[in-house]
Write a protein that binds this ligand. Structure first.
Ligand code: HAM
Length: 420
Protein backbone atom coordinates (compact mmCIF):
# COMPACT_ATOMS: atom_id res chain seq x y z
CA UNK A 1 0.00 0.00 0.00
CA UNK A 2 1.26 3.42 -0.96
CA UNK A 3 0.37 6.25 1.39
CA UNK A 4 0.43 9.85 0.24
CA UNK A 5 -0.04 13.18 1.94
CA UNK A 6 -3.76 14.11 1.61
CA UNK A 7 -4.66 16.30 -1.37
CA UNK A 8 -4.40 19.99 -0.55
CA UNK A 9 -2.02 19.45 2.35
CA UNK A 10 1.76 19.38 2.48
CA UNK A 11 4.63 18.16 4.60
CA UNK A 12 6.89 20.97 5.69
CA UNK A 13 10.25 19.28 5.26
CA UNK A 14 13.35 20.06 7.32
CA UNK A 15 15.03 22.04 4.55
CA UNK A 16 12.06 24.45 4.58
CA UNK A 17 10.77 24.36 8.15
CA UNK A 18 13.43 26.83 9.29
CA UNK A 19 11.79 29.42 7.03
CA UNK A 20 8.48 28.85 8.77
CA UNK A 21 10.18 29.29 12.11
CA UNK A 22 11.72 32.51 10.93
CA UNK A 23 8.36 33.90 9.80
CA UNK A 24 6.85 32.85 13.11
CA UNK A 25 9.64 34.68 14.90
CA UNK A 26 8.98 37.86 12.92
CA UNK A 27 5.28 37.58 13.72
CA UNK A 28 5.85 37.09 17.42
CA UNK A 29 8.29 39.95 17.68
CA UNK A 30 5.95 42.34 15.83
CA UNK A 31 2.98 41.30 17.98
CA UNK A 32 5.13 41.87 21.02
CA UNK A 33 6.03 45.40 19.91
CA UNK A 34 2.35 46.22 19.24
CA UNK A 35 1.29 44.60 22.54
CA UNK A 36 -0.83 41.78 21.10
CA UNK A 37 -0.93 38.65 23.29
CA UNK A 38 -1.20 35.11 22.02
CA UNK A 39 -4.41 33.10 22.32
CA UNK A 40 -4.69 29.40 21.49
CA UNK A 41 -8.11 27.94 20.82
CA UNK A 42 -9.11 24.39 19.82
CA UNK A 43 -8.74 23.09 16.27
CA UNK A 44 -12.45 22.20 16.19
CA UNK A 45 -15.57 24.00 17.39
CA UNK A 46 -19.32 23.46 17.29
CA UNK A 47 -20.44 23.68 13.66
CA UNK A 48 -23.10 26.20 14.55
CA UNK A 49 -20.47 28.73 15.63
CA UNK A 50 -19.25 29.04 12.04
CA UNK A 51 -22.74 28.95 10.56
CA UNK A 52 -23.72 31.87 12.79
CA UNK A 53 -20.60 33.99 12.30
CA UNK A 54 -18.96 33.24 8.96
CA UNK A 55 -22.49 32.94 7.55
CA UNK A 56 -24.86 30.28 6.25
CA UNK A 57 -24.74 31.48 2.67
CA UNK A 58 -20.96 31.81 2.31
CA UNK A 59 -18.88 29.39 0.25
CA UNK A 60 -16.88 28.56 3.36
CA UNK A 61 -19.92 27.29 5.27
CA UNK A 62 -21.81 25.85 2.32
CA UNK A 63 -19.01 24.04 0.55
CA UNK A 64 -15.73 24.05 2.37
CA UNK A 65 -16.11 22.91 5.95
CA UNK A 66 -14.71 19.68 7.36
CA UNK A 67 -17.72 18.76 9.46
CA UNK A 68 -18.15 15.55 11.41
CA UNK A 69 -20.42 14.08 14.03
CA UNK A 70 -18.56 13.11 17.19
CA UNK A 71 -19.33 10.09 19.32
CA UNK A 72 -21.70 12.18 21.42
CA UNK A 73 -23.70 12.92 18.27
CA UNK A 74 -22.63 16.59 18.18
CA UNK A 75 -21.82 18.31 14.92
CA UNK A 76 -18.24 19.57 15.03
CA UNK A 77 -16.16 21.39 12.42
CA UNK A 78 -12.42 21.77 11.93
CA UNK A 79 -11.97 25.52 12.10
CA UNK A 80 -11.95 27.16 8.66
CA UNK A 81 -10.77 30.45 10.19
CA UNK A 82 -9.82 31.92 13.56
CA UNK A 83 -12.03 34.93 14.27
CA UNK A 84 -15.17 33.02 15.29
CA UNK A 85 -13.30 31.00 17.92
CA UNK A 86 -11.43 34.02 19.26
CA UNK A 87 -14.66 36.00 19.70
CA UNK A 88 -16.30 32.91 21.21
CA UNK A 89 -13.47 32.73 23.72
CA UNK A 90 -13.65 36.50 24.35
CA UNK A 91 -17.32 36.14 25.29
CA UNK A 92 -16.98 32.84 27.16
CA UNK A 93 -14.04 34.05 29.25
CA UNK A 94 -15.62 37.46 29.85
CA UNK A 95 -12.64 39.28 28.43
CA UNK A 96 -14.93 42.27 28.02
CA UNK A 97 -14.42 42.67 31.77
CA UNK A 98 -10.63 43.03 31.46
CA UNK A 99 -9.38 46.37 32.76
CA UNK A 100 -7.47 47.06 29.57
CA UNK A 101 -9.60 47.43 26.47
CA UNK A 102 -9.46 46.72 23.61
CA UNK A 103 -8.28 43.17 24.20
CA UNK A 104 -5.53 42.61 21.64
CA UNK A 105 -4.96 38.97 20.65
CA UNK A 106 -3.02 37.02 18.05
CA UNK A 107 -2.94 33.40 16.93
CA UNK A 108 -1.18 31.10 14.52
CA UNK A 109 -2.27 27.63 13.59
CA UNK A 110 -3.75 25.33 10.98
CA UNK A 111 -7.12 26.11 9.40
CA UNK A 112 -9.12 23.74 7.15
CA UNK A 113 -11.15 24.44 4.05
CA UNK A 114 -12.21 21.89 1.48
CA UNK A 115 -11.24 23.96 -1.56
CA UNK A 116 -10.01 23.07 -5.00
CA UNK A 117 -6.27 22.76 -4.72
CA UNK A 118 -4.19 25.25 -6.68
CA UNK A 119 -1.07 27.33 -6.19
CA UNK A 120 -1.48 29.18 -2.89
CA UNK A 121 -4.72 27.40 -2.02
CA UNK A 122 -4.57 24.48 0.37
CA UNK A 123 -7.05 22.42 2.35
CA UNK A 124 -4.92 22.77 5.44
CA UNK A 125 -3.05 26.05 5.76
CA UNK A 126 -1.53 28.02 8.59
CA UNK A 127 -3.04 31.37 9.42
CA UNK A 128 -1.51 34.09 11.49
CA UNK A 129 -4.21 36.48 12.63
CA UNK A 130 -4.85 39.23 15.13
CA UNK A 131 -8.07 40.52 16.68
CA UNK A 132 -8.51 43.77 18.61
CA UNK A 133 -11.83 43.52 20.42
CA UNK A 134 -13.60 46.19 22.45
CA UNK A 135 -12.92 49.43 20.60
CA UNK A 136 -14.44 51.19 17.62
CA UNK A 137 -11.78 53.88 17.44
CA UNK A 138 -10.76 54.23 13.76
CA UNK A 139 -7.15 54.52 14.96
CA UNK A 140 -7.18 50.85 15.91
CA UNK A 141 -8.28 49.98 12.37
CA UNK A 142 -5.16 51.73 11.13
CA UNK A 143 -3.01 49.98 13.75
CA UNK A 144 -4.28 46.54 12.68
CA UNK A 145 -3.61 47.29 9.01
CA UNK A 146 -0.18 48.72 9.79
CA UNK A 147 0.78 45.60 11.74
CA UNK A 148 -0.14 43.39 8.78
CA UNK A 149 1.84 45.56 6.37
CA UNK A 150 4.83 45.44 8.72
CA UNK A 151 4.91 41.65 8.71
CA UNK A 152 5.46 41.64 4.94
CA UNK A 153 7.98 44.45 5.16
CA UNK A 154 9.98 42.73 7.91
CA UNK A 155 9.90 39.47 5.94
CA UNK A 156 11.63 41.34 3.12
CA UNK A 157 8.79 41.74 0.61
CA UNK A 158 8.36 44.88 -1.44
CA UNK A 159 5.77 44.04 -4.13
CA UNK A 160 2.48 44.28 -2.26
CA UNK A 161 -0.34 46.75 -1.89
CA UNK A 162 -3.20 47.54 0.43
CA UNK A 163 -6.73 47.52 -0.98
CA UNK A 164 -9.38 49.19 1.16
CA UNK A 165 -13.16 49.53 1.26
CA UNK A 166 -15.92 50.36 3.66
CA UNK A 167 -18.88 48.02 3.97
CA UNK A 168 -20.75 50.54 6.10
CA UNK A 169 -22.96 49.94 9.11
CA UNK A 170 -26.16 47.89 9.33
CA UNK A 171 -28.37 50.67 8.01
CA UNK A 172 -26.16 51.26 4.96
CA UNK A 173 -25.95 47.56 4.26
CA UNK A 174 -29.70 47.10 4.51
CA UNK A 175 -30.28 49.89 2.02
CA UNK A 176 -27.75 48.28 -0.32
CA UNK A 177 -29.35 44.88 0.20
CA UNK A 178 -32.76 46.19 -0.89
CA UNK A 179 -31.18 47.72 -3.98
CA UNK A 180 -29.46 44.43 -4.85
CA UNK A 181 -32.70 42.49 -4.50
CA UNK A 182 -34.46 44.98 -6.77
CA UNK A 183 -31.59 44.73 -9.27
CA UNK A 184 -31.34 40.94 -9.49
CA UNK A 185 -34.89 39.68 -8.88
CA UNK A 186 -36.38 40.41 -12.33
CA UNK A 187 -33.75 38.11 -13.90
CA UNK A 188 -32.88 35.77 -11.05
CA UNK A 189 -33.94 32.69 -13.05
CA UNK A 190 -30.90 33.30 -15.30
CA UNK A 191 -28.61 32.71 -12.32
CA UNK A 192 -27.38 29.48 -10.71
CA UNK A 193 -29.30 27.73 -7.93
CA UNK A 194 -26.93 29.06 -5.26
CA UNK A 195 -27.55 32.62 -6.37
CA UNK A 196 -31.28 32.09 -6.41
CA UNK A 197 -31.07 30.97 -2.80
CA UNK A 198 -28.87 33.92 -1.93
CA UNK A 199 -31.27 36.49 -3.36
CA UNK A 200 -33.42 36.79 -0.25
CA UNK A 201 -30.97 35.47 2.32
CA UNK A 202 -27.86 37.41 1.40
CA UNK A 203 -27.85 39.07 -2.03
CA UNK A 204 -24.35 40.49 -1.49
CA UNK A 205 -22.99 36.94 -1.87
CA UNK A 206 -24.30 36.86 -5.47
CA UNK A 207 -21.48 39.27 -6.28
CA UNK A 208 -18.81 36.70 -5.50
CA UNK A 209 -20.46 33.83 -7.40
CA UNK A 210 -17.89 32.11 -9.60
CA UNK A 211 -20.49 30.56 -11.92
CA UNK A 212 -22.30 33.74 -12.92
CA UNK A 213 -19.29 36.03 -12.86
CA UNK A 214 -19.79 37.12 -16.47
CA UNK A 215 -23.52 37.87 -16.28
CA UNK A 216 -24.34 41.39 -17.49
CA UNK A 217 -26.22 42.24 -14.28
CA UNK A 218 -23.05 41.66 -12.25
CA UNK A 219 -21.34 44.59 -13.88
CA UNK A 220 -24.23 47.00 -13.33
CA UNK A 221 -25.06 45.92 -9.77
CA UNK A 222 -25.55 48.80 -7.33
CA UNK A 223 -22.37 49.64 -5.45
CA UNK A 224 -22.28 49.71 -1.69
CA UNK A 225 -20.33 52.94 -1.93
CA UNK A 226 -23.53 54.74 -2.99
CA UNK A 227 -25.39 53.56 0.09
CA UNK A 228 -23.00 54.51 2.90
CA UNK A 229 -24.82 56.72 5.37
CA UNK A 230 -23.25 59.75 7.00
CA UNK A 231 -21.86 57.92 10.04
CA UNK A 232 -20.29 55.20 7.90
CA UNK A 233 -18.68 57.69 5.55
CA UNK A 234 -17.35 59.72 8.46
CA UNK A 235 -15.89 56.59 10.04
CA UNK A 236 -14.22 55.60 6.78
CA UNK A 237 -12.73 59.10 6.42
CA UNK A 238 -11.19 58.77 9.88
CA UNK A 239 -9.65 55.38 9.09
CA UNK A 240 -8.11 56.84 5.93
CA UNK A 241 -6.83 59.84 7.88
CA UNK A 242 -5.05 57.56 10.36
CA UNK A 243 -3.58 55.52 7.53
CA UNK A 244 -2.25 58.74 6.04
CA UNK A 245 -0.70 59.65 9.39
CA UNK A 246 0.93 56.22 9.52
CA UNK A 247 2.25 56.79 6.00
CA UNK A 248 0.41 53.80 4.56
CA UNK A 249 -0.71 54.04 0.94
CA UNK A 250 -3.93 52.32 -0.10
CA UNK A 251 -6.04 51.70 -3.13
CA UNK A 252 -9.78 52.21 -2.73
CA UNK A 253 -11.85 49.38 -4.20
CA UNK A 254 -15.63 49.69 -3.76
CA UNK A 255 -16.03 46.09 -5.00
CA UNK A 256 -14.00 44.55 -2.21
CA UNK A 257 -16.65 42.65 -0.23
CA UNK A 258 -14.76 39.76 1.51
CA UNK A 259 -16.05 36.19 1.67
CA UNK A 260 -17.32 36.14 5.28
CA UNK A 261 -20.56 37.62 6.59
CA UNK A 262 -19.46 39.22 9.84
CA UNK A 263 -17.87 42.33 8.38
CA UNK A 264 -18.98 45.94 8.48
CA UNK A 265 -17.21 49.28 8.05
CA UNK A 266 -13.52 48.73 7.28
CA UNK A 267 -12.64 45.84 4.92
CA UNK A 268 -9.17 45.34 3.50
CA UNK A 269 -6.91 42.96 1.66
CA UNK A 270 -3.20 42.99 1.03
CA UNK A 271 -2.34 41.73 -2.44
CA UNK A 272 0.93 40.65 -3.99
CA UNK A 273 1.85 42.74 -7.02
CA UNK A 274 4.76 40.52 -7.96
CA UNK A 275 4.67 39.25 -11.55
CA UNK A 276 5.87 35.84 -10.40
CA UNK A 277 2.89 35.34 -8.09
CA UNK A 278 0.14 32.92 -9.16
CA UNK A 279 -3.51 33.65 -9.94
CA UNK A 280 -4.51 34.10 -6.32
CA UNK A 281 -2.92 37.35 -5.28
CA UNK A 282 -4.50 37.95 -1.89
CA UNK A 283 -1.93 37.62 0.86
CA UNK A 284 -4.02 38.84 3.76
CA UNK A 285 -7.64 39.75 4.47
CA UNK A 286 -9.40 41.43 7.33
CA UNK A 287 -11.89 43.94 8.55
CA UNK A 288 -14.19 45.19 11.25
CA UNK A 289 -16.89 43.03 12.80
CA UNK A 290 -19.01 45.16 15.16
CA UNK A 291 -21.93 43.04 16.37
CA UNK A 292 -20.20 39.66 16.14
CA UNK A 293 -19.82 39.24 19.90
CA UNK A 294 -23.55 39.96 20.34
CA UNK A 295 -24.38 37.51 17.58
CA UNK A 296 -22.96 34.69 19.72
CA UNK A 297 -24.53 35.78 22.96
CA UNK A 298 -22.06 38.31 24.34
CA UNK A 299 -22.30 42.00 25.09
CA UNK A 300 -21.58 44.64 22.46
CA UNK A 301 -17.85 44.49 21.70
CA UNK A 302 -16.77 46.00 18.39
CA UNK A 303 -13.74 44.31 16.87
CA UNK A 304 -11.33 44.34 13.98
CA UNK A 305 -8.65 41.94 12.80
CA UNK A 306 -7.04 40.17 9.90
CA UNK A 307 -5.55 36.83 8.94
CA UNK A 308 -2.83 35.82 6.51
CA UNK A 309 -1.53 32.43 5.56
CA UNK A 310 2.14 31.70 6.05
CA UNK A 311 2.04 29.59 2.87
CA UNK A 312 1.22 32.63 0.76
CA UNK A 313 3.77 34.79 2.53
CA UNK A 314 6.49 32.26 1.70
CA UNK A 315 5.21 31.94 -1.88
CA UNK A 316 5.37 35.71 -2.23
CA UNK A 317 8.98 35.70 -1.08
CA UNK A 318 9.79 33.13 -3.74
CA UNK A 319 7.86 35.05 -6.38
CA UNK A 320 9.89 38.16 -5.62
CA UNK A 321 12.98 36.01 -5.81
CA UNK A 322 13.73 36.89 -2.22
CA UNK A 323 13.62 33.34 -0.98
CA UNK A 324 15.84 33.32 2.08
CA UNK A 325 18.95 31.28 1.49
CA UNK A 326 20.76 31.93 4.72
CA UNK A 327 19.66 28.79 6.52
CA UNK A 328 21.17 28.92 9.99
CA UNK A 329 24.49 27.08 10.01
CA UNK A 330 26.17 24.82 12.52
CA UNK A 331 28.73 26.22 14.99
CA UNK A 332 30.74 23.04 15.42
CA UNK A 333 31.07 19.63 13.80
CA UNK A 334 33.05 17.00 15.70
CA UNK A 335 34.95 14.47 13.62
CA UNK A 336 35.97 11.41 15.61
CA UNK A 337 38.27 8.57 14.59
CA UNK A 338 38.04 5.37 16.62
CA UNK A 339 36.13 4.16 19.65
CA UNK A 340 37.94 6.22 22.31
CA UNK A 341 37.78 9.40 20.28
CA UNK A 342 34.06 8.90 19.88
CA UNK A 343 33.64 8.67 23.67
CA UNK A 344 35.61 11.89 24.10
CA UNK A 345 33.64 13.50 21.28
CA UNK A 346 30.33 12.44 22.80
CA UNK A 347 31.27 13.93 26.16
CA UNK A 348 32.49 17.09 24.51
CA UNK A 349 29.41 17.63 22.34
CA UNK A 350 27.22 17.55 25.45
CA UNK A 351 29.28 20.34 26.98
CA UNK A 352 29.19 22.43 23.79
CA UNK A 353 25.42 22.13 23.51
CA UNK A 354 25.01 22.96 27.18
CA UNK A 355 26.79 26.20 26.35
CA UNK A 356 24.48 26.96 23.48
CA UNK A 357 26.75 25.96 20.59
CA UNK A 358 24.90 24.31 17.71
CA UNK A 359 26.85 21.11 17.35
CA UNK A 360 26.74 17.83 15.48
CA UNK A 361 28.86 14.67 15.27
CA UNK A 362 28.98 11.48 13.24
CA UNK A 363 26.71 8.57 14.21
CA UNK A 364 27.35 6.47 11.09
CA UNK A 365 30.87 5.28 11.86
CA UNK A 366 32.17 6.89 8.69
CA UNK A 367 35.69 7.60 7.49
CA UNK A 368 37.29 10.99 8.14
CA UNK A 369 36.65 12.20 4.59
CA UNK A 370 32.93 11.48 4.75
CA UNK A 371 32.67 13.22 8.13
CA UNK A 372 34.46 16.29 6.75
CA UNK A 373 31.99 16.34 3.87
CA UNK A 374 29.08 16.37 6.32
CA UNK A 375 30.67 19.27 8.18
CA UNK A 376 30.89 21.11 4.87
CA UNK A 377 27.29 20.40 3.89
CA UNK A 378 26.07 21.57 7.29
CA UNK A 379 28.14 24.72 6.84
CA UNK A 380 29.91 24.32 10.19
CA UNK A 381 31.96 27.32 11.32
CA UNK A 382 34.43 25.06 13.15
CA UNK A 383 35.45 21.44 12.84
CA UNK A 384 36.97 19.62 15.78
CA UNK A 385 39.01 16.54 14.93
CA UNK A 386 39.69 13.92 17.60
CA UNK A 387 41.88 10.89 16.84
CA UNK A 388 43.83 8.45 19.00
CA UNK A 389 46.77 10.86 19.47
CA UNK A 390 44.50 13.68 20.55
CA UNK A 391 42.79 11.44 23.11
CA UNK A 392 46.16 10.45 24.52
CA UNK A 393 47.28 14.07 24.79
CA UNK A 394 43.95 15.44 26.01
CA UNK A 395 43.76 17.88 23.11
CA UNK A 396 41.73 18.37 19.92
CA UNK A 397 42.49 19.78 16.48
CA UNK A 398 40.37 22.89 15.96
CA UNK A 399 39.85 23.99 12.37
CA UNK A 400 38.38 27.36 11.49
CA UNK A 401 36.45 26.66 8.30
CA UNK A 402 36.39 30.30 7.21
CA UNK A 403 40.17 30.61 6.82
CA UNK A 404 41.23 26.94 6.92
CA UNK A 405 43.55 27.56 9.91
CA UNK A 406 44.02 24.58 12.19
CA UNK A 407 45.49 24.44 15.67
CA UNK A 408 45.90 22.16 18.61
CA UNK A 409 43.82 23.18 21.64
CA UNK A 410 43.76 21.58 25.09
CA UNK A 411 40.38 20.00 25.85
CA UNK A 412 39.88 22.10 28.96
CA UNK A 413 40.64 25.32 27.02
CA UNK A 414 38.35 24.53 24.12
CA UNK A 415 35.13 26.20 25.25
CA UNK A 416 36.98 29.39 26.06
CA UNK A 417 38.70 29.29 22.67
CA UNK A 418 35.39 28.78 20.82
CA UNK A 419 33.63 31.48 22.75
CA UNK A 420 36.33 33.93 21.72
P1 HAM B 1 -10.05 35.06 4.80
O1 HAM B 1 -10.01 36.13 3.79
O2 HAM B 1 -11.02 33.97 4.59
O3 HAM B 1 -10.32 35.77 6.20
O4 HAM B 1 -8.63 34.43 4.95
C1 HAM B 1 -7.54 35.22 5.32
C2 HAM B 1 -6.27 34.74 4.64
O5 HAM B 1 -6.08 33.37 4.87
C3 HAM B 1 -6.24 34.87 3.12
O6 HAM B 1 -5.94 36.17 2.73
C4 HAM B 1 -5.12 33.91 2.79
O7 HAM B 1 -3.85 34.47 3.09
C5 HAM B 1 -5.37 32.80 3.79
N1 HAM B 1 -6.14 31.70 3.17
C6 HAM B 1 -7.47 31.56 3.13
N2 HAM B 1 -7.81 30.40 2.51
C7 HAM B 1 -6.64 29.80 2.19
C8 HAM B 1 -6.29 28.57 1.55
N3 HAM B 1 -7.23 27.71 1.16
N4 HAM B 1 -4.97 28.29 1.37
C9 HAM B 1 -4.01 29.14 1.79
N5 HAM B 1 -4.28 30.30 2.40
C10 HAM B 1 -5.58 30.63 2.61
C11 HAM B 1 -10.39 35.14 7.39
O8 HAM B 1 -10.09 34.01 7.57
C12 HAM B 1 -10.79 36.06 8.52
N6 HAM B 1 -10.91 35.26 9.76
C13 HAM B 1 -9.76 37.16 8.68
C14 HAM B 1 -10.09 38.09 9.80
C15 HAM B 1 -9.58 38.09 11.04
N7 HAM B 1 -10.97 39.07 9.74
C16 HAM B 1 -11.02 39.67 10.90
N8 HAM B 1 -10.19 39.07 11.70
Amino acid sequence: MNFKVPRGTQDILPDVSWKWQRVEKIIRSICDVYNYKEIRTPIFEQTELFQRTVGDTTDIVQKEMYTFTDKGNRSMTLRPEGTAAVVRSFVENKMFGYADQPVKLYYTGPMFRYERQQAGRYRQFVQFGIEAIGSDDPAIDAEVIELAMNVYKKAGLSDFKLVLNSLGDKESRNAHREALIAHFSPHIEEFCGDCQNRLEKNPLRILDCKVDREHQLMKTAPSLADFLNEDSSAYFEQVKRYLDIAGIAYEYDPNLVRGLDYYNHTAFEIMSTSKGFGAITTLCGGGRYNGLAEEIGGPAAPGIGFAMSLERLLLALEAEDKAWTDEPSLDVYIVTLGEEARTTGFELIGRLRENGLRSEMDYMDRKMKAQMKSADRLDADYVIVIGEDEVAENVVQLKNMADGQQKKVALDQLLEELQK
